[in-house]
Design a protein around this ligand. Structure first.
Ligand code: CO
Length: 453
């Protein structure tokens, strides 16, 4: 075997996020960590994205401690995280100082590969993160958030990818969070990218529409270097192609992944067993859903939406909300539906449907998105929506983070106040605590109470 393809196992982050609403507890992961470490993966995606948020808000876990435990339990394998550029793992932009500190701390707690993306594909929002990852001696993977729209063409993607390479990224990721990247489009895109960029290319796709196995294969035919998969018992549906399936298909093509299928059996049975404890967090989707091709709603977003609608006893409105998401997205210049834009657009679509009136109430976030506070929108914004948003505040055109001067020390003072109110005394206000506090303010009360009282 000569040709090689690296496998990134995503069960701990994106598999967990797409199938179990990111509720996997640390005690259900650690018993299998050694097997994961021994398997021979190129990397394990284990942190970032919704994991940080879920640890704090739902699991009463310190996300930094989770990372330390992972690093200790899996010393041989590169740990990978998903970083939302200037948003870090939060839902708004942070100042460059805070971004630098977060990356420094993530690197020192064990992250080796940082996959950095921006929901709008505005590279001004990832340039600082990439620079900082490099400064810490780690692997910076610049990312394009893939979407389909009348304004997104192959030439646009190539152009964007070249600019990502020019930022000094170590590799390029094509992030297809909705599973809408078709096999033939992937083949064409990656073939062209292979001619135009020289850094390794990594494909991230989802199984939602049923195309992922073939899309991965065609991407590999075109020369992709790495793919993302999830262990079989935590694969498909809103998630990803099964690790074992892809390894088997690749071995038939005489492509080496460095992984022995036999070593994955125990991992798969472990997750099969513990998955039973998380049934309440699973989405209702069975088999394959082609709606994604039309509406481009990513898996994680759909399962969250279902949970929200269930809470409101309005499950029957799911299809209306999905259609409305398409409209809101179009009105915002066909922004890719990925965090935080997916949440912002999802919430606005939900509000439009529940109120039975489009844009009657605008969320603070949708106003900011419309007015440039998240970055430049890919296409034209709906004029009516723009006018309405402009009534609320000023439109901006420069790099959003340039307007942010907040410092870590300001947040440290806020945290001190916060702890005083909660009568939490035994706390040293180290950087990690301040970062957790500023990233997940609405969840901090629980975590700080648990940690310090
Ligand atoms: Co994903």
């Amino acid at each position: 075997m000569t040709k090689q393809v690296g496998i990134t196992e995503v069960v701990l982050r994106d598999g967990n996020q797409s199938l179990l609403s990111t509720r996997l507890k640390i005690e259900d992961i650690l018993p299998i960590a050694k097997n994961l470490d021994d398997a021979g993966y190129y990397s394990i995606e284990s942190w970032g994205g919704a994991v940080f948020d879920s640890c704090v808000r739902y699991l009463n876990e310190d996300p930094w401690e989770r990372l330390d435990l992972f690093k200790k339990a899996m010393p041989k394998t590169k740990q990978q995280m998903l970083l939302r550029g200037q948003n870090l793992v939060g839902y708004k932009h942070y100042s460059d100082e805070i971004v630098s500190k977060f990356i420094e701390k993530s690197a020192s707690h064990g992250i080796d590969i940082f996959r950095v993306f921006d929901a709008l594909n505005d590279l001004r929002n990832i340039q600082h993160s990439i620079k900082e990852v490099k400064k810490n001696g780690k692997h910076a993977q610049g990312t394009i958030a893939f979407t389909i729209s009348p304004i997104h063409t192959i030439d646009n993607w190539i152009d964007l990818s070249k600019k990502i390479e020019d930022l000094d990224s170590d590799s390029l990721c094509i992030k297809d969070m909705s599973g809408i990247l078709s096999p033939e489009y992937a083949f064409e895109l990656i073939s062209k990218l292979k001619e135009e960029v020289s850094i390794p290319i990594h494909l991230h796709t989802h199984a939602t529409t049923g195309m992922s196995n073939l899309t991965n294969i065609r991407a590999i035919d075109a020369g992709v270097d790495n793919i993302d998969t999830s262990i079989s018992s935590m694969s498909m549906g809103y998630g990803h192609s099964a690790t074992e399936t892809m390894i088997y298909l690749l071995s038939e093509k005489k492509i080496d992944t460095g992984i022995d299928l036999k070593n994955l059996i125990e991992i798969s049975s472990h997750f099969k067993k513990i998955r039973e404890n998380y049934i309440e967090f699973e989405g209702s989707m069975k088999g394959v859903d082609l709606q994604m091709i039309i509406n481009q709603v990513p898996g994680g977003m759909l399962s969250n939406l279902e949970t929200q609608l269930k809470g409101l006893e309005k499950e029957h409105l799911l299809n209306d909300v999905i259609t409305e998401i398409y409209q809101v997205r179009k009105d915002l210049g066909y922004v890719p539906l990925v965090t935080p834009a997916s949440q912002i657009i999802g919430a606005q679509a939900l509000s439009n449907i529940i109120n039975e009136a489009r844009y009657e109430t605008l969320s603070v976030e949708i106003i900011d998105l419309a007015l440039g506070y998240y970055g430049k929108l890919p296409g034209e914004i709906n004029e009516g929506l723009l006018l309405k948003a402009c009534n609320e505040k000023k439109r901006i055109f420069d790099r959003p983070a340039d307007n942010l001067k907040e410092t870590l020390n300001e947040y440290r003072e806020n945290l001190k106040e916060f702890c005083k109110k909660l009568d939490i005394k035994d706390i040293s206000f180290i950087d990690e605590q301040v970062l957790t506090f500023l990233l997940i303010p609405y969840g901090s009360e629980v975590i700080f109470k648990k940690m310090f009282s």
